[in-house]
Design a protein around this ligand. Structure first.
Ligand SMILES: O=C[C@H](O)[C@H](O)[C@H](O)COP(=O)(O)O
Length: 225
């Protein structure tokens, strides 16, 4: 699995050219992309500026000597590369397994080009087997939780390994919705967008035009919309 993640990470890095402002995704797959950029910065003098999507990625990029800027200090981001938790046939996806969905969605929204890197097990017919992360403000999150219960969304407040409620980089909580199958991603996204207390959700509908998929048997495949 780590080999496949590395394969797609290195493949995605080929789209990065000198002078680019690059959005750096979060997660175990995106980490291979960032590592490859770090290698090219060190060994090939690649000139780039990164805009990161989490504190974890910022730390990795800093360690690797990748120059970073705050999203507000760049005009636009040329390309963002990120992982995903599930991708359907229309290239809608679920993100946020690593609790970085809010920063990821903002960086993706202000990027000219956006690529996902995944292993083939994440390619699905319908989204929803992966619990949908919803980022909620801490004030009144219990009320939002109860609303989700009433709607039959099987919500679970995310806790870390020591049982503490997760606090995201943006200071919010995450409620994971165990939906089994999302029949209409657009409708669900609209409902969540309109729910007071929800900051953002992990449905990334129609945002990506290119997905680099890795598999043990077939290597790398690029799916475009
Ligand atoms: O919040 C985390 C991100 O959305 C990740 O990109 C996503 O969870 C995929 O992570 P991984 O590559 O570790 O499976």
């Amino acid at each position: 699995m780590e080999n496949i993640k590395k394969l797609v990470g290195v493949e995605a890095a080929k789209f990065v050219k000198d002078g680019m402002i690059v959005g750096l995704g979060t997660g175990s797959t995106a980490a291979f992309f960032v590592a490859e950029l770090g290698r090219r910065v060190a060994e090939e003098n690649l000139q780039i500026v990164g805009v990161t999507t989490s504190s974890v990625t910022s730390e990795q990029a800093c360690r690797l000597g990748i120059a970073l800027k705050n999203i507000d200090d760049v005009d636009a981001i040329d390309l963002t590369v990120d992982g995903a938790d599930e991708v359907d046939l229309a290239l809608n996806g679920i993100k946020g397994g690593g609790a970085a969905l809010l920063m990821e969605k903002i960086v993706a929204t202000y990027s000219r080009d956006y690529i996902w890197i995944v292993d083939d097990a994440k390619m699905v017919t319908h989204l929803g087997a992966f619990p949908l992360p919803v980022e909620v403000v801490t004030f009144g999150y219990g009320q939002v939780f109860r609303l989700f219960e009433k709607l039959g969304f099987n919500p679970v407040v995310r806790v870390d390994a020591s049982g503490e409620i997760v606090v995201t980089d943006m200071g919010n909580h995450i409620i994971d919705l165990h939906l089994a199958e999302i029949k209409d991603p657009e409708r669900l996204a609209n409902l969540l967008d309109e729910t007071v207390g929800v900051v953002e959700h992990g449905l990334f509908n129609g945002m990506v035009k290119k997905v680099i998929v890795g598999s043990a048997s077939e290597g790398v495949k690029i799916i475009t919309k």
